[in-house]
Design a protein around this ligand. Structure first.
Ligand SMILES: Nc1ncnc2c1ncn2[C@@H]1O[C@H](COP(=O)(O)OP(=O)(O)OP(=O)(O)O)[C@@H](O)[C@H]1O
Ligand SMILES: [Mg+2]
Length: 654
C-alpha cells in the first residue's frame, strides 16, 4: 500500500488516468487501517532529532555533557584528594595547622566546583527538555493543521488525542529526567571505569566478559519491553476514541439506555490496554532480578578468588571486592537507564510519526499569486473535472464541465449523495481533483496557494461549525470588523434580535458554549451565513445553508442574498427547491455528472427532465404526511407555477 504522502501526490496529479484507479474490489478494505507501530530499535536519527530540538547546534546537549562529566570528574578528584590528605602526600610550607587548612580548602573548592557543575547541568537539562517538548509539540500541531482532509477520514480522533495527551505528557515529564539520568550515568560510568582501571588495571580483564553478560541480558529486556511499550501506547487510542464518541453521542446513548454497555466497553478497552502495561512491569522485575543476580555473583566470585582460591593480602582483597561492587553497580545502572531511555523515546517516535505525511498544497505559491482584486467578475469555469476522496475509491465527480456568467445566481440540486457538496469542496480544494481544470476569472485555482484561494471565497458549509467563545470571536476571529458591520450582518440574517436578547444581554460578547450547543442548528447556520456576508467576497457558496431554518426566514434570507450579493456569483445547494427556484440557472447533478443545467423555466418545460421529476416529487408530498412537508411542497409548487405559469402541481398529481 502506498504511503499517505504518495497517495496525496497521486491525488493531486492532474491528468492521471482515472480508469486505472479504484477497482471496486479495493473498496472492500476498511476505512481506517490499524494504528502504525514502529518495529525494532529506535532509530538514531530520532535521538539526534530529539537532542537537536533542545536548541541550536547541539549547544545545550554539549554543555550538559561537559557539566555532567565535570561534576563526576570533580567528585573523583575529591576522592583522590582525600586519599592524598590521608597519606599526607602534599607538603606545604608552614606548620601542621596551615597544612590542614590547605587540605580542607582544596577539598571544599573541589566540592563547590562539583556542586556548581551539577547545578548548571540541572538548569541546562530543564531548559533543554522544556524547549524540546515545546518544539516537538508545536511541530506536531502545525503538521496536523496542514494534513489533508482524507487523513482525518482514515484516522480516528483517539489516535491524535493520544499523541497530544499521553505521548506529550511522557515527553514532558518522563523523558527529560530519563535523558538526564542516562547522560549522567554515562559520564559517571566513564569516570568510574577510568578510576577503577587506574587503581587496579587487571580489572579491565573482567570488564569485557562482564559487559557481554550485561549486554545480553539488556538485549532480551529491551527488545520485549520496547515492543510492549509500543503496544501499550497504541492500546490507549481506542480508549480515547471510545470516550470521545461516547461524549458526542451521550444523549443518544442515554435515550437508548445503552450507558451500561458503553461503560462496559470502556472498561474492556482499559483492560486491553492493561494487558500490555502489566507485562511491562513484570519485564522490569525480570531485569531487576537478573541484574542483582549478576552483581552478587561477580562480587561473590571476586571474594572467593581473592580470599579462598588465590589468597592475597587483606588490603588488595578489599580493593578487589569494592571495585567489583562499584563496577556491577555501574553496569546495573547503565543497563537500566539505556533501556528506560529507549522505552521512553517511544513518545518522541509517535509524536514525530506524522512527519512524513503529505500535506495540503502550500498556503501561498509566490509565482501563482492572484491579483489583489481577484475575483472581480466571479466567473467559475470547470472542465472535465474528476474528483475522488481517496485513491482506492471511485471518482465522486465524473467529468463535470460548466461555466457560470459574471455575478450569476446558480442553484444546485440533485439527489442525496450525487456530489453537490463535493463540488463545493473541490472549489475550496478541501479535496483535490484528479483530472480536469477549474478556473475563476480565467485564473487556474488548482495551482495557486490555498490561503490565497480560500480567503477570496465565502463558503457556508452543510454542517455549520461554531467554536466556543463569543458571538464576536466567531464572527470576527481576527478582529477585522467594526461592531456596526457585525450587527448589520446579524440583522441581514435575522439574528440580531436573538443576539440582543441572548443570555445575560451581552450582545456580541454573549458566550457560545462548546460546539455552539447553546444555539439551535438553524441559529448556527445563520451565524455562518453572517460570517460569510461580512467577508464581502465576489463568490458565495451556500451548501444547504438554510436547511434548518423556517420557511419565512429562509425566504427573507434568500431575498437578502439577492440584494446584498447582486454583484456576486452565488452557488446555492438546496434540497428545498423553492430556495433555488429564483436562481438564474439551475444545475442538476446526477451520480457525479451534470444531468441538466439551464434556467428554471427551461428545466420545468421538460416534463421528462430530472428537475421536473424533483419538483413533482416535492409537490406530491403536499398530499401526504406532515403539515410542514405539505407546506414546503406547496411552496415549491407555487414557485414552480410562478416561474412557469404551469397548471398547479397538485392538479397534475395522480
Ligand atoms: N470524506 C469522504 N470520503 C469518502 N467518500 C465521501 C466523503 N464524503 C462524501 N463521500 C461520498 O461522495 C459521494 C457524494 O457525497 P456528497 O457529500 O458530495 O453528496 P451530496 O450531493 O452533497 O449529498 P447531500 O445532498 O446528502 O448533502 C457520496 O457517495 C459519499 O459517500
Ligand atoms: Mg451535501
Amino acid at each position: 500500500m502506498p504511503s499517505k504522502g504518495q497517495s496525496l501526490q497521486q491525488n493531486c496529479s492532474i491528468g492521471m488516468n482515472v480508469q486505472r484507479a479504484a477497482p471496486s474490489l479495493r473498496r472492500l478494505g476498511s476505512l481506517t487501517s490499524e494504528e502504525k507501530r514502529s518495529k525494532g530499535q529506535v532509530k538514531l536519527r530520532l535521538y539526534l532529532g530529539y537532542m537537536a530540538a533542545w536548541g541550536p547546534l547541539f549547544l545545550l546537549p554539549t554543555v550538559f555533557l561537559l557539566t555532567a562529566g565535570s561534576e563526576r570528574g570533580l567528585q573523583q578528584v575529591q576522592n583522590w584528594w582525600l586519599s592524598v590528605w590521608a597519606s599526607n602526600g602534599w607538603s606545604v610550607a608552614g606548620d601542621a595547622a596551615n597544612q590542614d587548612m590547605v587540605y580542607v580548602a582544596v577539598f571544599f573548592a573541589i566540592g563547590v566546583g562539583s556542586l556548581l557543575c551539577g547545578l548548571l547541568r540541572a538548569v541546562v537539562m530543564v531548559i533543554g527538555t522544556v524547549r524540546a517538548s515545546r518544539r516537538l509539540h508545536s511541530q506536531l500541531l502545525s503538521k496536523i493543521m496542514l494534513l489533508p482532509m482524507m487523513f482525518f477520514d482514515t484516522q480516528p480522533a483517539g489516535r491524535l488525542i493520544n499523541r497530544f495527551t499521553k505521548d506529550t505528557e511522557a515527553m514532558d515529564i518522563q523523558l527529560g529526567p530519563c535523558v538526564s539520568a542516562f547522560l549522567v550515568m554515562l559520564s559517571s560510568a566513564v569516570a568510574s571505569i577510568v578510576v577503577i582501571c587506574t587503581v587496579s588495571p587487571w580489572f579491565l580483564i573482567a570488564v569485557v566478559p562482564l559487559g557481554a553478560v550485561y549486554w545480553s541480558v539488556q538485549n532480551v529486556y529491551i527488545k520485549s519491553s520496547r515492543e510492549l511499550k509500543r503496544l501499550d501506547s497504541v492500546a490507549f487510542s481506542p480508549i480515547f476514541n471510545h470516550f470521545n464518541e461516547t461524549l458526542q453521542g451521550l444523549s443518544t446513548v442515554r435515550a437508548f439506555r445503552q450507558s451500561g454497555d458503553f461503560a462496559a466497553k470502556n472498561l474492556g478497552l482499559l483492560n486491553s490496554s492493561n494487558r500490555c502495561w502489566w507485562p511491562l512491569q513484570v519485564a522490569n522485575r525480570w531485569l531487576g532480578i537478573r541484574l542483582e543476580l549478576i552483581g552478587v555473583s561477580v562480587t561473590y566470585l571476586t571474594a572467593l578468588m581473592t580470599a579462598v582460591w588465590t589468597p592475597v593480602n587483606a588490603g588488595l582483597a578489599g580493593l578487589a571486592v569494592t571495585s567489583a561492587l562499584s563496577m556491577t553497580g555501574i553496569m546495573n545502572f547503565m543497563v537500566r537507564q539505556s533501556a528506560e531511555l529507549e522505552i521512553n523515546m517511544n513518545a518522541v517516535e509517535r509524536i514525530l510519526e506524522y512527519e512524513d505525511e503529505g500535506t495540503e498544497a502550500p498556503p501561498v505559491v509566490d509565482d501563482r499569486r492572484p491579483p489583489s482584486d481577484w475575483p472581480s467578475a466571479g466567473v467559475i469555469t470547470a472542465s472535465d473535472l474528476y474528483v475522488r476522496y481517496r485513491e482506492e475509491l471511485d471518482p465522486v465527480l465524473k467529468g463535470i464541465s460548466f461555466s457560470t456568467g459574471p455575478a450569476e445566481k446558480i442553484g444546485i440540486a440533485g439527489r442525496t449523495g450525487c456530489g453537490k457538496s463535493t463540488l463545493m469542496m473541490t472549489l475550496y480544494r478541501i479535496v483535490e481533483p484528479i483530472r480536469g481544470s477549474l478556473t475563476i476569472d480565467g485564473q487556474d485555482i488548482l495551482d495557486m496557494g490555498l490561503r490565497d484561494l480560500r480567503s477570496r471565497l465565502a463558503l457556508v458549509p452543510q454542517d455549520p461549525v461554531v467554536f466556543s467563545g463569543t458571538i464576536r470571536s466567531n464572527l470576527d476571529p481576527f478582529s477585522q470588523y467594526s461592531d456596526d458591520k457585525m450587527w448589520s450582518a446579524l440583522r441581514q440574517v435575522s439574528l440580531a434580535t436573538v443576539i440582543e436578547t441572548f443570555e445575560g444581554g451581552l450582545g456580541l460578547d454573549s458566550v457560545i458554549s462548546e460546539g455552539g450547543n447553546n444555539l439551535s442548528v438553524g441559529q448556527r447556520q445563520l451565524l455562518g451565513l453572517a460570517r460569510a456576508l461580512m467577508l464581502g467576497s465576489r463568490i458565495l457558496v451556500l451548501d444547504e445553508a438554510t436547511s434548518n431554518i423556517d420557511n419565512a426566514t429562509d425566504e427573507l434570507i434568500q431575498a437578502t442574498i439577492r440584494t446584498a450579493f447582486s454583484n456576486c456569483t452565488v452557488l446555492t445547494i438546496a434540497h428545498r427547491l423553492h430556495t433555488i427556484m429564483h436562481s438564474d440557472r439551475i444545475m442538476v447533478l446526477d451520480n457525479g455528472r451534470i444531468a441538466e443545467f439551464d434556467t428554471p423555466k427551461q428545466l420545468l418545460k421538460n416534463p421528462e427532465g430530472m428537475f421536473s421529476a424533483l419538483v413533482e416529487e416535492a409537490s406530491k408530498k403536499s398530499l401526504s404526511r406532515s403539515k410542514s412537508q405539505a407546506k414546503v411542497a406547496d411552496l415549491v409548487a407555487t414557485e414552480a407555477q410562478r416561474v412557469l405559469a404551469l397548471p398547479s402541481m397538485k392538479e397534475r398529481a395522480p
